[in-house]
Design a protein around this ligand. Structure first.
Ligand code: ATP
Length: 236
């Protein structure tokens, strides 16, 4: 399988704080890869560096064989990399449909209507609420909207930052079902999660981050069965 994203030995700082220390990982075409780790391990920092919002001091990141270092975030989106940020960050004053249309800004107008129908097929709840102001949606609906908005850009890689955050268990299951549907339809997904059990159970491969360093990697199944991972992340 072709490697879509390759991150090699990156180091990211917030002032004097060394938040990411020599992290390397890759995502291949068609995979779900998860980065798991506790609060503050550096998961969001890693994603935000890939999407160009933060910069690494050393190391390299390449996407579809092209270097991403110093490429502006909007150019990275145009290259086919979409991020669903932690806390969704939908446009609260706009309607559901306007939010989705914003996601299509990299696309020619002619395809937007059929893309909207595809997203509504995936998330019927959003179709019912297409004229509703996004700020009045529930947390789960906002997560669906943020994912739908990202899909409107036809991403070659979809990066999801803690999609389960703040959602009731039933909604977490719905979101994870949708992630699996996207995977079956051929999407490549990089999933950051604190909910390690859910993430590893759907991931082809996973990486475990601890205080800015990758300490373990393996298939989702290997990691779920590892005694050390069970003890540290899966409640024993
Ligand atoms: P969470 O699950 O809580 O979001 P995370 O694994 O995504 O955690 P990060 O948000 O990437 O972790 O944070 C990694 C480290 O960098 C933490 O120690 C955090 O305090 C620090 N950090 C994050 N953002 C900043 C910032 N803007 N300024 C200074 N330090 C920061």
């Amino acid at each position: 399988m072709e490697t879509i994203l390759k991150v090699e030995d990156i180091n990211v700082y917030y002032g004097s704080i060394h938040a990411i220390k020599g992290v390397s990982f890759e995502v291949r075409e068609g995979e779900i890869v998860t980065l798991i780790g506790a609060n503050g391990a550096g998961k969001s920092t890693t994603l935000n560096t890939v999407s160009g919002l933060l910069h690494s001091k050393s190391g390299s990141i390449s996407f579809m064989g092209k270097p991403l270092d110093r490429v502006a975030p909007h150019k990275i989106v145009e290259m086919g990399l979409a991020q669903v940020p932690e806390g969704r960050r939908v446009f609260l004053q706009m309607t559901v449909e306007e939010n989705l249309e914003m996601g299509a800004y990299t696309q020619p107008n002619s395809g937007v209507d059929s893309d909207l129908e595809k997203v509504y097929g995936l998330f019927p709840r959003l179709k019912e609420r297409r004229r509703q102001i996004a700020g009045t949606l529930s947390g789960g609906e906002q997560q669906m909207l943020a994912m739908g908005r990202a899909l409107m850009s036809h991403p070659k890689l979809l990066m999801l930052d803690e999609p389960s955050m703040g959602l009731a268990p039933i909604l977490v299951e719905q979101i994870f079902d949708i992630i699996q549907d996207l995977h079956k339809a051929g999407s490549t997904i990089l999933l950051v999660e604190q909910n390690a059990l859910m993430a590893l159970s759907i991931a082809d491969r996973g990486y475990v981050l601890e205080t800015g360093t990758i300490v373990t990697t393996g298939t989702g199944m290997e990691l779920i069965q590892s005694p050390a991972i069970k003890k540290a992340y899966l409640g024993g």
